[in-house]
Design a protein around this ligand. Sequence first.
Ligand code: F6R
Length: 236
Amino acid sequence: MRVLEVSNYEEMSALAAELIGAQVLLKPRCVLGLATGSSPIGTYERLVEAHREGRLDFSQVRTVNLDEYCGLRGDDPNSYRFFMDHHLFSRVNLQRENTHLPNGAAPDLEEECHRYEALIQSLGGVDLQLLGIGRNGHIGFNEPSDSFPPVVHTVQLTESTIQANSRLFERIEDVPTQAITMGVGTILKAERILLIAGADKRYILEEALTGRVTPQVPASVLQLHRDVTVIVCREE
Ligand code: F6R
């Protein structure tokens, strides 16, 4: 595992975008695993810049996102599909049919989980998975629990995650209580993992990277993966 300390969010975003850009240069038809949330917004901004400056071509890239809220359609401004369209997909030359997220509005969520897991494997697996980390150590929406979920599944969001995510909703009652997420097993199958964390996550990151490997701190499982890069900020 490589842990790269940077001064601030700007530096984190620039470095993460360089590493993702390098993956695209290395393998133009790669599969990028992507995340939503505050942490990657700056990274996506830098990727858009690189594309606009003619340094990055996404025409063959395929993407799979970690997760999606249940009950929200892709055109709902709070859905992760909407977030990705807004911050990245519509601003670079990704082919829309090459961008994938779980469908949180699917009538049969169990079936949707199977479909999404099979889809990721049918693309040949993820070359580079971008991750953020929750204050409770979650990755994707894999919350602290008694075991590491192996595959794509639905989850009940914890109170702390609902609280944390409510900043993006008008009312806390509007935050969905369920989501579909890649399992920890799905995430670990990625060839390479890039985790980005702001200074507010230093405490939980330290516990995840140096403490015991336990599903109570889902990110601790990354200690077992062969190719993880962590970028962490010193300051807010
Ligand atoms: C997002 C995701 C979550 C976030 C985590 C950190 O797709 O899966 O695990 O990465 O909650 O969120 P931020 O970056 O908003 O602090």
